[in-house]
Design a protein around this ligand. Structure first.
Ligand SMILES: [Zn+2]
Length: 124
């Protein structure tokens, strides 16, 4: 094994480490929020990218994605359950706005406390 091979392996290890760090920060590779209104998927936004999305016009919900978590920060529904739900970041967590028939759900990603092990313990 030559000196160049060792350098290459070192570079690869560094890259792998950086990728793992990035995933840990954003809640898993490929994690995103799926927005469903009236049973139709109207948008998907990666949790790793900060953004604010206004959903709807007359009946609106403002979805904010920040620091790897999503939250409905403002809405003009009458019960504000969606706003009170707070921030979600783990796969399977969801924010529901019943008056607006809106669901925001975290999909994908393999991380989170327990992860795959927790899901395996769920079986019959
Ligand atoms: Zn609501």
């Amino acid at each position: 094994m030559g000196r160049n091979d060792l350098l290459l392996i070192g570079a690869l290890l560094l890259l792998a480490g950086a990728a793992a760090l990035a995933m840990a920060r954003t809640g898993g590779a490929g994690a995103y929020v799926q927005v469903t209104a009236d049973g139709e998927t109207i948008g998907r936004y990666p949790l790793g990218e900060d953004r604010t999305v206004t959903i709807g016009t007359d009946r609106y919900n403002i979805l904010e994605i920040r620091d790897g978590a999503a939250a409905v920060v403002e809405a003009n529904c009458h019960d504000f359950t969606c706003v009170r739900t707070g921030r979600i970041s783990q796969a399977g967590e969801r924010i529901v706005c019943l008056p607006h028939r809106l669901v925001v759900e975290v999909v994908g990603g393999q991380s989170g406390p327990g992860g795959i092990d927790a899901a395996a313990g769920d079986g019959p």
